[in-house]
Ligand binder design. Structure first.
Ligand SMILES: Cc1ncc(COP(=O)(O)O)c(C=O)c1O
Length: 309
């Protein structure tokens, strides 16, 4: 479990080139910080396995994109990389993992607009252990419900101030959707648009697969995700897995997807950086695909995903 005792905190501070270590069990933010008062800021969540942060460049690129969407001037990539190294090293030194398999850390990059009236943002790196629930769901799979997000799939383009494609700190809605799912006995959520499109999970990207046979008898495997311009966050895991799957001979597809497409799929997953591939067993109580095919495809994609740095 994450408690302040096992969180390592490093602020990005011009006076400390490698970042300034701070005590996560002590108050560190001003009450006027607009991250706290308005959820005005951005973040990234990455996975460090064996001390190496996976896909760090893709996360830094997406952080830069979110910063542009919010007009935030954020620290340079070099400063982030140094602070991440400081934080991950400090965590591994202070809290060694019990085994190589458990040597997994959540590395969060956070930027807020800073205290009201201040000219600089507040930026920090936060490192903590990976929670047991997420690790378990990689194996057991998850039950999901579909929930209406309340926007149509053109909203992102029509109303860019909604910041739909940015990873902002305003995740209260996403967390409320997850609590709603838990109260219904489900593990997670897939959001749909008011025009009936499949969008994304509150903290993950939707993937589905079809297995077929071509005219010459060879097996064709197709990996599909909702189209990126429908107001969803571009997933770094989806992007990296698609590249690896393509190299391994999979066909790729990008929506539009409707809920029925998920119900007709051979397998569905929610994918994200820390939980990685979580196989979806049921959507709104309906079983997805066949367990043996899901298992086989999950094993194959897990292997491809494990090879990504
Ligand atoms: C809304 C949303 N979509 C997708 C993702 C998956 O992104 P990534 O694969 O980069 O972790 C996340 C990650 O937290 C998310 O919050």
């Amino acid at each position: 479990m994450t408690s302040p005792a096992n969180v390592v905190l490093v602020f990005l501070d011009p006076a400390f080139p490698d970042g300034r270590l701070a005590d996560a069990s002590r108050p560190q933010l001003l009450v006027t910080d607009q991250g706290a008062t308005r959820g005005d800021g951005i973040f990234e969540t990455m996975l460090a396995a064996g001390g190496t942060v996976r896909k760090i460049q893709a996360h830094l690129d997406r952080l830069a994109g979110s910063a542009v969407a919010l007009d935030l001037a954020i620290p340079s990539e070099a400063e982030w990389r140094r602070a991440v190294t400081t934080a991950v090293s400090a965590h591994r030194a202070g809290h060694p993992a019990a085994s190589a398999a458990e040597d997994e850390l959540v590395v969060k990059l956070v930027v807020t607009r800073g205290p009201e009236g201040a000219s600089a943002p507040t930026s920090w790196v936060q490192v903590s252990p990976v929670g047991a629930a997420g690790r378990r769901q990689r194996e057991t799979g998850i039950d999901v419900i579909l929930l209406d997000r309340g926007y149509d799939s053109d909203a992102a383009e029509r109303a860019p101030w909604l910041l739909l494609g940015a990873k902002t700190l305003s995740y209260a809605v996403n967390m409320a959707a997850l609590r709603y799912a838990h109260k219904q006995g489900a593990d997670d959520v897939i959001f749909t648009s008011t025009d009936g499109r499949v969008l994304e999970g509150p903290t993950s990207t939707v993937l589905m697969a079809h297995v077929g046979t071509s005219d010459d008898g060879t097996t064709v495997k197709r990996l599909i995700t909702p189209q990126l311009d429908s107001g969803i966050l571009p997933g770094t895991s989806q992007g990296a897995l698609f590249a690896a799957a393509k190299a391994a001979g999979w066909e790729l597809g990008y929506g539009p997807l409707e809920p029925q497409d998920l119900l007709d799929a051979d397998a569905v997953w929610l994918i994200s950086s820390v939980r990685m591939l979580a196989p979806v067993n049921r959507i709104d109580g309906k079983e997805i695909g066949t367990p043996s095919v899901q298992k086989e495809l999950t094993a194959e994609l897990n292997e491809l995903f494990a090879g990504i740095q």
